[in-house]
Ligand binder design. Structure first.
Ligand code: ADP
Length: 386
């Protein structure tokens, strides 16, 4: 038996949350035997079946999490719906928390993110943070927003939950009042979207950093349905977008994957939001890039060297499988040439993200086949002509 030294010992990584991101981290970790432990909320969470070690419990069960964390070298996250003060306490106890609670705050609070980024000179849509109802301030903001407004919950929203696009003035006031019951609200100008794009950065524990190529994302009802590489951006806008991603990365300074979602508007590139974890816009990297986002996230948080991020093919498309009324056919999906099928092992439920299909290769047929695969599996979303 080789002697176990600090060099040969695999760090033990604890993942808070047992969703599909943790599942894909486990799939990636199994390739080189990284020691992973998943803190899953329930026994039927997506990551449980393939995780080397599972503890079932809630992230807010402080005694349980404290005991679990002492057995880990580093703690990372499958989602950001956690108590940042508590994880700051875990960090202070000597366990590495990556991303740090300070960086996580950019992803957990839309008000904090917008305020910090605007102060740092990063282009964001015009916004107003409301801690309490102010009729005159809402009226003034709406009057200055030519394309309408979007009302967002400061915390707790994802996949379009917590984002409302009211059409009349009365609806705006109702939406603001309703949302304020749960906490602060961000009122935002509705911008004209030419395209939504996303960039992923990965930062190591020593500040080393790599960036993935930008992708175009398509949203329906606030939920991502399609991701395509490469983006359809002219070189000037591409450079502008890459620059915004870099500047956002410097502000957040998160160890691990940082996803930066951007709006391309007639007035240039604006930041939408950030996620301090592997992200739906990066699932295509599993087949499409030298190193997947999941492997690079684990490398980063474990303090290991980062892997290359180059695209391996001229084209790649990932289409999410979002539950429709009834499941489709795995046999039909497998019959689509080149379709890489990822099933998260979740119970079928309309509106739920259940898996995704990626096709890589050359030419427009790549996108067509990715949609064929997802439609065969029964996705509820429909392909938009390009
Ligand atoms: P979530 O946190 O639920 O992902 P986002 O803030 O990313 O919510 O909003 C979801 C989607 O709503 C965006 O991808 C975009 O399509 C649309 N959206 C959000 N903010 C604006 C805005 N200011 N102007 C226009 N569309 C917006």
């Amino acid at each position: 038996m080789p002697k176990v030294t600090e060099e040969t010992r695999r760090p033990r990584v604890g993942v808070v949350g047992g969703g599909q991101l943790a599942r894909m981290m486990c799939e990636s970790a199994s390739q080189w035997g990284l020691d992973l432990s998943v803190l899953a909320a329930a026994q039927d969470d997506a990551a449980v079946a393939g995780a080397p070690d599972v503890v079932v419990g809630a992230p807010h069960d402080h005694d349980l999490v404290r005991a679990w964390a002492t057995g880990c070298d580093v703690i990372t996250f499958d989602h950001e719906l956690v108590d940042l003060d508590f994880f700051a306490e875990i960090e202070a106890s000597g366990v590495v928390v990556a991303p740090s609670p300070r960086a996580l705050k950019f992803a957990t609070s839309k008000a904090f993110q917008r305020t910090q980024m605007a102060d740092a000179g990063i282009p964001v849509p015009k916004f107003l943070v409301l801690a309490s109802y102010d009729r005159d301030a809402v009226d003034a903001f709406v009057a200055a927003a030519p394309h309408g407004v979007v009302v967002k919950a400061d915390r707790g929203g994802y996949d379009g939950r917590g984002v409302l696009t009211p059409s009349t003035n009365a609806e705006v006031h109702d939406a603001v009042r309703d949302m304020l019951v749960a906490g602060a609200v961000v009122l935002e100008e509705r911008v004209q979207l030419l395209q939504e794009i996303a960039g992923l950065l990965v930062r190591g524990r020593r500040g080393d950093q790599v960036a993935y190529p930008l992708v175009t994302t398509v949203q329906r009802d606030g939920m991502c349905v399609e991701v395509t590489y490469p983006t359809r951006l002219d070189p000037d806008l591409l450079e502008e977008a890459q620059d915004v991603v870099r500047r956002v990365g410097d502000q957040v300074d998160a160890v691990g994957v940082l996803a930066v979602e951007l709006f391309v508007t007639p007035d240039g590139v604006l930041l939408n939001e950030v996620a301090t974890r592997p992200h739906n816009s990066g699932h295509w990297t599993i087949e499409g890039c030298t190193t997947s986002q999941f492997e690079n996230h684990l490398r980063a948080v474990a303090g290991l060297p980062l892997g290359g991020t180059a695209a391996l093919f001229p084209n790649a498309t990932m289409v999410n499988v979002v539950g429709s009324a009834t499941p489709g056919s795995l046999v039909d999906a497998l019959a689509v040439p080149g379709a890489h099928i990822h099933d998260y092992g979740k119970a079928w439920r309309p509106g739920r993200k259940l898996g995704h299909v990626t096709v890589v290769g050359t030419g427009p047929d790549v996108r067509v086949r990715a949609w064929e695969g997802a439609e065969a599996l029964g996705t509820s979303a429909t392909k938009e002509s390009s």
